[in-house]
Design a binder for this molecule. Structure first.
Ligand SMILES: Nc1nc2c(c(=O)[nH]1)N[C@H]1C(S)=C(S)[C@@H](COP(=O)(O)O)O[C@H]1N2
Ligand SMILES: [Mo]
Length: 400
């Protein structure tokens, strides 16, 4: 998946490597293997601490073990980057947005005009729907994200609803296609694209009109950085990252569903309707907790206090509870939620652990429940293919 002909860096590590390490090898050796997995051939470390997962186009992961629970927002330089094609260079002065299709008044909008419209600020988490893919068993093709294809930022912009309002959506409209200015061609794996195509995704009209969907021009108080969609991107709060189209160029309102590449051949899951499996585009973020520390394969001192912590999120609903297990899922303790809930953002959590007196391998887990009562699943649902990885991810560590 991630249908790209471009080079990926390094093998990363997968469940299979983890299991091989934990079961077949003495732990020291497993750690040796892990050092290789995390070393030069597993993504290159950038000065900002970001891990390179792919070059040309550049894909960068935040080292999740570096999560700082004192600040809600991820600094722009540490916000993961997911790009399918080369980053297009667009100046704010030359940028314009076409709004067309099933609308009464098609129009074009300049950057200055957009900036003069009433703005909104939304604090929202973006998570790539492939975040955690390296943990999938059997291994899936695609960028080998560990835990860091996720971040929270404060986005400022104009509600998409206001732009649609100005255009006058016709009654027969059902979807809104967002088209990026970036384009390219995938020659492999299957299927190839029909020549050069732009990045594009659609939203059902109801979501497009929702107040949490912005055409954003600022990220954490700065103009959008080039990699994150300069000068204007969509931010579809509550949905996985693929919906938040960067370098926005055109909005097309349509009277039928859009079956573009990025919502049929990528970013889709199987759903069963009337007993018939059907492919559906990935939408809402699922409830999920991730452990930042200990990091996978971390060596933790025995018989000492240790702060287990991380983040949890649930799209548009609040995180109600995070539970932690230090014995591979046999018993669970409720963790402390840090700070106040911020809708669409993540919530940090922590748990004071007294590490065991006896040395040995341990498995740490975290499991979230949201205010709608959705509980994070323990097992992977294979109908989700290579996307929407929200089941509990076991973190194997060594107490020494
Ligand atoms: N135009 C465009 N928009 C895009 C993408 C892209 O490749 N091109 N990638 C999408 C995906 S899959 C994700 S997860 C988010 C990532 O946003 P970020 O790079 O700012 O973190 O952007 C989305 N919007
Ligand atoms: Mo993504």
């Amino acid at each position: 998946m991630d249908g790209t002909s471009k080079r990926e860096i390094g093998p990363g590590f997968g469940r299979r490597d983890l299991l091989r390490g934990a079961v077949a090898l003495p732990f020291a050796q497993a750690l040796g293997g892990r050092a290789a997995a995390f070393g030069a051939d597993d993504g290159d470390r950038r000065p900002t601490g970001m891990i390179g997962r792919q070059r040309d186009p550049e894909n960068l992961e935040f080292p999740f073990s570096a999560l700082d629970t004192r600040r809600l927002l991820t600094p722009n330089e540490q916000f993961y980057v997911r790009t399918h094609f080369e980053v297009p260079e667009i100046g704010a002065k030359t940028w314009n947005l076409k709004v067309e299709g099933e609308v009464e008044r098609p129009f074009e909008l300049s950057y200055d005009e957009l900036r003069r419209m009433p703005s909104q600020t939304v604090t929202a988490l973006l998570e790539c729907s492939g975040n955690g893919r390296v943990f999938l068993e059997p291994p899936q093709v695609g960028i080998r994200w560990e835990l860091g294809a996720v971040g929270t930022a404060e986005w400022k912009g104009v509600p998409l609803a206001a732009v649609l309002e100005r255009a006058g959506v016709k009654p027969n409209a059902v979807e809104v296609i967002l088209e990026g200015a970036d384009k390219g061609e995938f020659k492999e794996p299957n299927p190839r694209t029909p020549g050069v195509i732009p990045y594009a995704r659609s939203l059902p009209l109801a979501k497009a009109k929702a107040p949490e969907v912005l055409l954003a021009y600022e990220m954490n108080g700065e103009p959008l950085p080039p990699r994150h969609g300069h000068p204007v991107r969509a931010v579809v709060a509550g949905w996985y990252g693929m919906a938040s189209v960067k370098w926005l160029k055109r909005i097309v309102v349509t009277d039928r569903t859009f079956d573009g590449y990025f919502q049929t051949f990528m970013y889709t899951t199987w759903d069963s309707r009337h007993g018939l499996p059907t492919i559906v585009p990935v939408t809402e973020i699922q409830v999920k907790a991730q452990v930042a520390r200990p990091a996978p394969y971390e060596v933790v001192p025995k018989g000492e206090p240790y702060r287990i912590y991380g983040a949890a999120w649930a799209g548009g609903s609040d995180v109600a509870k995070v539970e932690v297990s230090t014995d591979g899922g046999q018993s669970w303790t409720v963790a402390k939620l840090i700070g106040e809930p911020v809708t669409y953002a993540w919530r940090f959590w922590e748990h004071e652990w007294r590490t065991p007196e006896r040395a040995g391998p341990h498995v740490i887990m975290a499991r979230a429940t949201d205010s709608r009562g959705r509980v994070q699943p323990m097992e992977r649902d294979h109908d989700r293919r290579d996307a929407v990885i929200s089941h509990v991810l076991p973190i194997e560590i060594e107490v020494r």
